[in-house]
Design a protein around this ligand. Structure first.
Ligand SMILES: O=C(O)/C=C(\C=C(/O)C(=O)O)C(=O)O
Length: 304
């Protein structure tokens, strides 16, 4: 396959800083990926980008460097419905990683059982048009019904402008639903404006809906530069993420999103991303729920 990087696709940040923020014991990086290595785990022919290789070894080294105890490894679109790289990393983690897979309606019950045995606890439905082609809703609902019987949840990735048209489908899903990156709000709009209000309504009216308050680097207009003094990096994202954490403290997750696919203008220092957490979860209790209690309840319920 073609292992060259797509134009402008940045490699992840080499030598991330040590976070100043001390993660609580047992913290979970609840959104990250492994890519390839392409020679062993080829990228999907239908992919819309070709990443650089990003192995389980580098992921686990980052986990230890930042102070996380566990990972949730999410299938990315560059591997399509070929979950082998993610499964390989889960199996190599010694029980410290769970997975979220991508499956098609053709997946067999035996394949689902094998994914469960490897530590998979959810499937991912991606609606971001630059990443995937359209999948019929009846196929997705069929998959959701099948995996619900395994006790799995559905992770959804979509852009805020598409929430209205996806609303009926999302609110019909028969499982816990976890939204990636708050549904990508436009943070140049007011946090109390109608666009973000629709997302908050989605969570308010549907207690089965959770959200990751991750990826400020994807959403921010002000960027990674912090103002003098106490201002956070990606300060324009803080009001949005903090609102979700404070209103739904038991239904939020956080992740690095390493190795940060498809970022073009800058590559975040993962240590800096961890230092963003206290700005959006300002108390020790909120931090413990966000980083330990919530991901453990969802991914390692047998240990809670
Ligand atoms: O990694 C992310 O969560 C975000 C992106 C990519 C994917 O999720 C993917 O390829 O599956 C993106 O916004 O490009």
């Amino acid at each position: 396959g073609d292992f060259t990087k797509t134009a402008g696709w940045l490699d992840w940040y080499t030598g991330p800083s040590k976070p100043r923020f001390q993660l609580p014991a047992g913290a979970v990086d609840a959104h990250c990926h492994v890519f390839g290595p392409g020679a062993e785990f080829p990228y999907a022919p239908e992919r819309k980008y070709t990443p650089c290789d990003a192995s389980k070894h580098e992921l686990f080294a980052l986990r230890d460097h930042l102070g996380f105890a566990r990972n949730v490894i999410v299938q990315a679109t560059c591997h399509g419905a070929d979950n082998r790289a993610m499964v390989d990393a889960c199996l190599a983690s010694g029980g410290k990683a769970r997975g979220v897979a991508t499956v098609r309606r053709s997946v067999t019950d035996e394949e689902l059982q094998a994914l469960h045995a490897a530590g998979v606890r959810g499937v991912r439905f991606n609606f971001v048009k630059r990443l995937v082609d359209f999948t019929p809703k009846d196929e997705l609902m069929e998959i959701a019904s099948r995996i619900a019987r395994l006790g799995w949840h559905v992770v959804i990735y979509f852009e805020a402008v598409d929430l209205p048209e996806l609303w009926d489908f999302f609110t019909s899903l028969p499982t816990t639903v976890v939204v990636d990156h708050m549904g990508r709000p436009d943070v140049s709009k007011p946090v109390d404006g109608p666009e973000f209000a629709l997302f908050l309504k989605f969570m308010r009216e549907h207690p089965n809906v959770w959200s990751k308050v991750s990826c400020p680097e994807r959403l921010s207009v002000t960027g990674p530069k912090a103002l003098q003094g106490e201002q956070a990096a990606y300060r324009d994202v803080v009001p949005f993420a903090r609102k979700v954490v404070e209103e739904f403290p038991d239904r939020v997750l956080w992740g690095t999103d390493w190795p940060h696919p498809n970022l073009k203008d800058h590559m975040p220092d993962d240590g800096l991303l961890v230092d963003f957490i206290p700005y959006i979860a300002p108390t020790a209790e909120l931090q413990r729920k966000l980083l330990v209690d919530n991901p453990m309840r969802l991914y390692w319920p047998e240990e809670v």
